[in-house]
Design a protein around this ligand. Structure first.
Ligand code: ATP
Ligand code: MG
Length: 423
């Protein structure tokens, strides 16, 4: 049989609740900050990514899915979201509206990588871009939104790492200093890093090779070699994070892989993800809009890897996704019809209700009710159907009461509170 391609996977119904929870949370939190969704194509001209991401990066050098279209144009499946959003911003003259543009996106991205937990060839990102503002407050607004999203989803053990790569002059100067420092160690660097020494030396700093990491530890630090202006930007970002009580750790080796990053670079990592620890990566990219043919526009943004977020949510103990509030058990023709009607009424009143459709023995239905994770269960048999009553059973304590169906519907608000406290 024909199998799905390596590095791609199906998101099955048992998992999709996590995705929907992430999407709903992102939509809610970003709309409160007046970010608007933008949807851009999944493939673009290859040149967009070559210029926007940089030819010396892994993404462009090794990871892109590039093919020639029937018209002989070179086309690439998007490996990330920013380049496409910026192209759309320029092409549709969103800058002409003046002021800042706050945009977000989500969808599949494609990179030819070695698949492993938290690393796929088709993966998904949700990301945002704040265009048209160079204030350090903008950097901190976007970081705060990322931490809000992750916190609202219930994630813990997250660490924000931050660095500044300065402006393009700072970077160019630092590049020279770094090359001079690294050259004597050339033979000790891993092969990829040797290759990067002249092409993309900053990337050597985040090499995963232990020997290279050791060498990088003692390299000159970019955030300590910034111009006065860049240092002021970085210091203010750090101060504002402190004001917002967002904890951070400065990581001198954090430079991100993409050429267009300036000033702030950051990552949010989790201890619970093994090797693929970074959930969110972002930073400022003041050079990109101009590089892609638009007017000079400062910008800052981030992207969250959704697969990694789902892995983290699945590890949470209090996992509320896909769990009904109430499970309905019924047996007998009249009882089953009433069960169906009750399920609909309770759902319309805002409860999440799972109806057992099996008509099997009560014992079997009870087992499924327990397995569903519901805290409450409604039981309807012939006797209940005749008297228009229902048995309400609290599954953890076994406590049970018979009430009329209309009383049950009247006390839904009370039930919701009790269910929430028992979850
Ligand atoms: P990594 O160091 O893990 O390769 P990256 O620097 O290539 O990450 P970015 O380009 O900054 O990642 O993308 C932002 C986020 O998208 C990452 O932090 C991660 O959560 C997610 N991501 C990137 N590549 C993949 C992938 N192949 N599969 C799943 N998620 C990914
Ligand atoms: Mg990568």
């Amino acid at each position: 049989m024909i199998q799905a391609l390596r590095g791609t996977r199906d998101i099955l119904p048992e998992e999709v609740g996590y995705w929907q929870l992430i999407e709903a949370t992102v939509r809610e939190i970003l709309s409160r900050a007046v970010y608007q969704e933008i949807r851009v194509p999944i493939f673009e001209q290859t040149a967009l990514f070559e210029r926007g991401i940089g030819e010396a990066t892994d993404v462009v050098g090794k990871e892109m899915y590039t093919f020639s279209s029937r018209g002989d144009k070179s086309i690439t499946l998007r490996p990330e979201g920013t380049a496409g959003v910026v192209r759309a911003y320029i092409q549709n003259k969103l800058h002409a509206q003046g002021g800042v543009q706050r945009l977000w996106y989500s969808g599949p991205m494609f990179r030819y990588e070695r698949p492993q937990a938290g690393r796929q060839r088709q993966f998904h990102q949700v990301g945002l871009e704040l265009l048209g503002c160079d204030a350090p407050r903008a950097d901190v607004e976007v970081i705060a939104l990322a931490t809000d999203i992750l916190r609202t989803l219930g994630l813990k053990n997250l660490e924000l790492e931050i660095n500044s790569v300065g402006n393009s002059q700072d970077r160019a100067q630092y590049r020279e200093a770094l090359i001079s420092y690294l050259e004597p160690y050339q033979g000790d660097l891993d092969p990829d890093s040797q290759d990067r020494l002249t092409r993309n030396p900053l990337r050597i700093l985040d090499s995963k090779d232990p020997k290279t990491q050791e060498i990088a530890q003692n390299a000159p630090k970019i955030s300590e070699n910034l111009s006065t202006e860049s240092k002021k930007h970085f210091d203010l970002v750090l101060q504002l994070l402190t004001d917002l009580k967002i904890k951070y750790q400065i990581n001198h080796c954090l430079v991100r892989g993409l050429d267009y990053y300036t000033h702030t670079a950051f990552e949010i990592k989790s201890d619970d993800l093994g090797a693929q620890a970074t959930v969110c990566g972002g930073g400022r990219y003041d050079g990109l809009v101009k590089e892609l043919g638009g007017p000079e526009t400062q910008a800052v943004g981030w992207a969250i890897g959704m697969e990694r977020l789902v892995l983290l949510l699945q590890q949470l103990e209090s996992n509320l996704v896909n769990i009904p509030d109430m499970y309905i058990i019924s047996r007998g023709e009249a009882a089953e019809a009433q069960g169906l009607i009750l399920a609909q009424k309770l759902r319309n009143l805002g409860l999440r209700v799972e109806l057992d459709l099996s008509s099997s023995a009560f014992g079997k239905q009870f087992k499924r009710a327990d397995r569903s994770g519901a805290v409450a269960c409604l039981i309807l048999g012939d006797a209940e159907a005749q008297s228009n009553t229902v048995n309400l059973k609290w599954l953890a304590s076994g406590e049970q009461q018979a009430i009329t169906q209309s009383n049950l519907l009247d006390m839904v608000e009370e039930l919701k509170l009790k269910i929430a406290s028992l979850k």
